[in-house]
Design a protein around this ligand. Structure first.
Ligand code: CP
Length: 312
């Protein structure tokens, strides 16, 4: 089966068949990452541009590694050091880079919908690497791959997403993806950090973490996004940690084989204690590795690399 779409903009409009195809392809690509020589010629001659208007460590680096492992050419554009600082518009930046031969854009932007705009503006493929508070589909996919690896399934699991839900594109992509794949998704956070119309989402909402965590298989802890907060959403970090911080005592209420996830970057001691982040039931670094596999899979599926991965 081929992915019959030009762009990856979000998981809300993605079918379960497409999600399964991407996860299966990521699993088949994972072996390449652990080879002594991490290089296959699948995307030779293809050009990938990471265009980031916001900072990133994991997403940007893993897309660039993914492209390089598959022998694509990569260009990395940030606001600093580009003509964007001279006032060049988003549209003109896209058209300029497309004119230089970019086959696929990976875009992170502070504005929700920026990748949708890009996808309409250029004929090249577009992957949304995070648009404002809207979606971060590749994070949602890598989180599902990590759950699948650890639990052997997604359907029927209870997955708690706790923290700053309102500002979180990770929460949105996770809840759409996980609910389509048959998980029960629970959201928990201060009422000031829950999104408007949360009752319309396919989730169970909790304001008390001890109730929310009861019997869950997976806890996905979100970062408190201080950079997106223009007012006080909670009194102090100390109070937040007391009410919504994930610690070992609280985890006694979860299933005994609970898995802990965090998309990063973490505020240790605020939303998660250091002993939980570093525990053997934490898969936070596995998420990062799976990000590489998912991004390789998407580049492969969109850029139509010829040949079969196993024989590459
Ligand atoms: N999870 C995530 O998007 O991390 P980066 O901001 O480092 O890309």
């Amino acid at each position: 089966m081929k992915l019959k779409r030009k762009d990856i903009l979000g998981l809300q409009d993605m079918s379960t068949e497409e999600i399964r195809l991407i996860l299966d392809t990521a699993i088949s690509h994972k072996g390449i990452i652990s080879r002594p020589v991490k290089k296959v010629p699948i995307l030779k001659g293809k050009s990938v541009c990471t265009l980031f208007y916001e900072n990133s460590t994991r997403t940007r680096t893993s897309f660039e590694y993914a492209a390089k492992i598959m022998s694509a050419d990569t260009t990395s554009i940030s606001v600093a050091g580009s003509a964007i600082t001279k006032g060049e518009s988003f549209k003109d930046t896209l058209l300029t880079l497309e004119a230089l031969g970019v086959d696929l854009f990976v875009i992170r932007h502070a504005a929700g919908g920026a990748s949708h705009f890009a996808a309409k503006t250029v004929k090249s493929h577009v992957i949304n690497a995070g648009d404002g508070m809207h979606e971060h589909p590749t994070q949602g996919l890598l989180d599902m791959l990590t759950i699948l690896e650890n639990k052997g399934k997604i359907e029927g699991l209870k997955v708690l997403i706790v923290g700053d839900i309102m500002h979180s594109r990770v929460a949105r992509s996770n809840l759409w993806g996980l609910s389509k794949m048959g998980a029960e998704v629970r959201l928990c956070g201060p009422s000031t950090l829950l999104p408007a119309e949360v009752e319309k989402l396919p989730v169970k909402v909790f304001e008390n973490l001890d109730e929310a965590i009861e019997g869950v298989d997976v806890v996905n802890v979100l970062r408190i996004q201080l950079e997106r907060m223009d007012r006080g959403f909670f009194p102090s970090n100390r109070e937040y940690a007391e009410l919504f911080g994930v610690n070992k005592a609280r985890l006694l209420r979860a299933k005994s084989d609970v898995t802990i996830m965090h998309p990063g970057p973490m505020n240790r001691g605020v939303e998660i204690t250091a002993d939980v982040a570093d525990a053997d039931f934490s898969v936070i670094t596995d998420q990062v590795t799976n990000g590489l596999a998912v991004r390789m899979a998407l580049l492969y599926l969109l850029l139509g690399g010829g040949g079969h991965v196993a024989s590459a």
